[in-house]
Design a protein around this ligand. Structure first.
Ligand SMILES: Nc1ncnc2c1ncn2[C@@H]1O[C@H](COP(=O)(O)OP(=O)(O)OP(=O)(O)O)[C@@H](O)[C@H]1O
Ligand SMILES: [Mg+2]
Length: 342
């Protein structure tokens, strides 16, 4: 990065950060002003994968390549700003599908080079944590964060912005993955989390599916046994009402999550909890968390649904903070399929 780009990282004026997200099957771009003011948030979801029951990596990469320019232009237009006003560019560099990351990341670097402004690479999971800040600009660490997404389930202490201590994570499937797999068993489309929630609303949660790791003292998660229990139940009870199966699975999965969160509050003594990632859009989970927050006296923060699922506003917000703390990323920053926080 040349010196003029590095200098602009610390210039005290309104900063407009262009965020770019292409880690999975959403092509997203956003303009965020001054850390948390979202001026635009464009998300193009790739519907093509639903017919395959999961994300097809090559199709995802091709769709990103097709969509990236129109999505970025729409983000600028919707924000009402032009290229010369953009002061930094943040893009997801890990974790995710490599072919998908390798559309947005080099695009962001090329824009940074040609516009002579700083580039920052962002970990997608860190982006999910910064989604909490978009609606709560005064949020300050330390706090607990639970990331419940399609590919990850993590419980962390955010000790400082951009500094994390992992408390627990899933030993097998991610929480969103379990929702998607059970949705598939019930014949719902992909991704099935939201459809499963809709179906569950019409059912009764009377089937005693196991709550994974209920008696374990750890802060880790596990969802594959629960998913298998649903599979066996459906095989043994072909006339079971899908609504009841959905509602019962959902209750067990939510109990597994809320148990860990309450345990983490007790063991860390932290009384602010942020819950983020796609599954945090689930209304039943949000309602149950609200009750627990009152009972156990913690402040609960859950982003609005559009900031729970993948978006580029959260990437821009994380990028601005990273730029202030660590300066620009090198233009040879690699894309990584796997990367942990902390
Ligand atoms: N209302 C809902 N109830 C339950 N699950 C939901 C709901 N809405 C979305 N999901 C689930 O959230 C997941 C998508 O979330 P997100 O976009 O954060 O994940 P991802 O980006 O694919 O994974 P990661 O962030 O780990 O890379 C999917 O598994 C989807 O089924
Ligand atoms: Mg995500």
């Amino acid at each position: 990065m040349n010196s003029s780009a590095a200098d602009s990282a610390v210039r005290p004026h309104d900063r407009f950060c262009l965020g770019i997200e292409t880690s999975c099957d959403e092509t997203a771009a956003s303009v965020v002003k001054d850390r948390t003011i979202v001026l635009s948030n464009i998300v193009s979801s790739q519907l093509i994968h639903s017919q395959y029951g999961g994300v097809v990596p090559e199709l995802a990469a091709r769709a990103h390549a097709r969509l990236i320019v129109p999505v970025i232009l729409a983000a600028l237009e919707s924000a009402g700003i032009n290229w010369s006003q953009i002061s930094c560019i943040a893009a997801t560099h890990s974790p995710g599908l490599l072919g998908a990351l390798l559309t947005g990341l080099p695009f962001a670097k090329a824009l940074s080079y040609s516009l002579d402004i700083p580039f920052v690479g962002v970990n997608h999971l860190e982006g999910h944590i910064f989604a909490l800040r978009l609606e709560h600009p005064n949020l300050s660490p330390p706090f607990l964060a639970a990331i419940l997404s399609g590919g990850h389930t993590e419980l962390l202490v955010v000790e400082e912005w951009c500094s994390y201590r992992e408390l627990g994570s899933t030993l097998d499937d991610a929480c969103g993955e379990a929702f998607d797999k059970v949705a598939k068993l019930l014949g719902l489309g992909y991704p099935g989390g939201a459809s499963l929630e809709n179906l569950a609303r019409k059912g009764k949660p009377g089937i005693p599916f196991p709550v994974p790791l209920q008696d374990s003292g750890s802060l880790d998660f596990s969802f594959s046994g629960l998913k298998t229990a649903v599979l066996y139940y459906l095989q043994d009870h072909p006339k079971a009402r899908p609504e009841d199966v959905a509602a019962s699975f959902q209750e067990s999965a939510i109990t597994a999550v809320t148990n860990r969160i309450v345990r983490a509050v007790k063991t860390t003594g932290l009384h602010t909890v942020g819950v983020t990632g796609g599954v945090a859009a689930n209304r039943r989970l949000r309602d149950r968390l609200k009750l627990l927050a009152e009972k156990h006296d913690f402040r609960l923060l859950v982003p609005c649904p559009e900031y729970c699922t993948d978006n580029a506003a959260m990437i821009a917000a994380a990028g601005i903070e990273r730029l202030d703390r660590f300066g620009p990323s090198p233009l040879n920053l690699p894309a990584l399929a796997r990367a942990r926080l902390g």
